[in-house]
Design a protein around this ligand. Structure first.
Ligand code: NAD
Length: 372
């Protein structure tokens, strides 16, 4: 039986509550003989700061490097508002992303039929939606230098951010998008602003070349990022994989997220480059939501974003695509049966807690795997 090494970093607030449901599912997968999962649990964020005076320790980063996948809950909360900037809980996540070289952020927008009514768009536009936004995560305008606010001789101030992309950065994110498209509906839409930005001109050129040389079997279209935002709310089902830079990806993935309803439903993955010898990529999987201090400790948080993150880890890091399909199918079954946590329940309807939702998914997963 293959052994998979998972590192679980529950973090703060509702992080440990939703991460607790991962333990149940992984325990079952081991007992069902799907694989042998070796799970280590460690501190990150405010919890790590309280224990070690920093939001992630060197030992935890080393464990993350050795793992097949890191499952991250959420970090932060008012308790750490006064902590020095470089030690704030979020800095733990940023360090993990940087040290593991996680340059590709994957944000699926999957609309479960049972929740189509919760979208701000009409049901027919979102029902069955399944798109994936691949965002470049470590380059572009958030990191480019110079990045400064200077005072001019006139006394006016001038702020500068710099959008920078190199050929290599664009090539590697494009390759991730094309690779993923091959496992889906085989279409990539590349979004940039080549009409007004030099970085957009290079982006367009490099994505076209990577397509021509390495992925001619995948359908490629180019779309201006502003038009892409419009198309996402006009006709989102036209998209399969959207690949874009750090800034546009930040915005477009939030649009994609809201097409599907609640924050408690949204998983994500961040991937590094494949190891030249083993082909293994560093990878961190996390819900899009934060630590939700307003509901922490009440046992009412929705664990489905965290469970969806586990499904992504099974698919992209552990080569267990069919188990990932079964897990996502189990979530769909549970929602179809009407089980809801408070955040996705209609007003006045009964809602279950975090543990009951996790148990319901586990029951459906057992049924699905027994049938397979
Ligand atoms: P949040 O995502 O924590 O919460 C926003 C709202 O959504 C809250 O009302 C919350 O109750 C609700 N919500 C979020 N997740 C939910 C879930 N699983 N089930 C039910 N309801 C859920 O965002 P925020 O309030 O802006 O931030 C709170 C803290 O989290 C801050 O310290 C912030 O810095 C941090 N944060 C961390 C991450 C991360 O760890 N990746 C991401 C975003 C925010």
């Amino acid at each position: 039986m293959t052994t998979f090494k998972l590192l679980l970093l529950p973090g703060d607030g509702i992080g440990p509550e939703v991460a607790g449901e991962i333990g149940k599912i992984v325990g079952f997968l081991t007992s069902a003989g799907v694989g042998s999962f070796e799970t280590e649990t460690d501190l990150v964020g405010g919890a790590a700061y309280d224990a070690h005076g920093r939001p992630v320790s060197d030992a935890t980063v080393a464990l993350a490097r050795e793992s097949d996948a890191v499952l991250f809950g959420a970090v932060g909360g008012p308790k750490w508002d006064g902590v020095p900037y470089q030690h704030r809980p979020e800095a733990g996540l940023l360090r993990l992303r940087k040290d593991l070289g996680l340059f590709a952020n994957l944000r699926p927008a999957l609309c479960y039929p049972a929740l189509a009514g919760a979208s701000s768009l009409r049901r027919e536009f979102v029902e069955g939606l399944d798109l994936l936004i691949v965002r470049e995560l470590t380059g572009g305008v958030y990191f480019g230098e110079p990045k400064e606010i200077v005072t001019l001789e006139s006394g006016e101030k001038r702020a500068v951010d710099t959008q920078i992309y190199t050929t290599g950065e664009i090539e590697r994110i494009a390759a991730v998008a094309f690779d993923l498209a091959r496992t889906r509906r085989n279409k990539v839409s590349s979004a940039e602003k080549r009409n007004v930005m030099k970085s957009g001109v290079l982006w367009h050129e490099v994505v076209s070349r990577v397509h021509r040389e390495r992925f001619p079997d995948v359908e490629l279209e180019h779309v201006l990022a502003d038009n892409c935002a419009m198309q996402l709310v006009r006709q989102p089902k036209q998209y399969d994989v959207i690949v874009t830079d750090n800034l546009f990806g930040d915005i477009l993935s939030d649009v994609g997220a809201m097409l599907t309803g609640s924050l408690g439903m949204l998983p994500s993955a961040s991937l590094g480059a494949p190891d030249p010898e083993t082909g293994r990529r560093s990878a961190l999987y996390e819900p899009v939501h934060g630590s939700a201090p307003d509901i922490a400790g009440q046992g009412v948080a929705n664990p489905l974003a965290m469970i969806g993150s586990l499904a992504m880890a099974l698919r992209y890091s552990l080569g267990l695509g069919s188990v990932a399909d079964a897990l996502e199918g189990a979530v769909s079954d549970v929602l179809a049966s009407g089980v809801r946590t408070r955040d996705i329940a209609p007003p006045g309807a009964n809602a279950v807690g975090t543990g009951e939702m996790g148990d319901a998914v586990l029951r459906e997963l057992k049924t699905r795997l027994a049938r397979a």
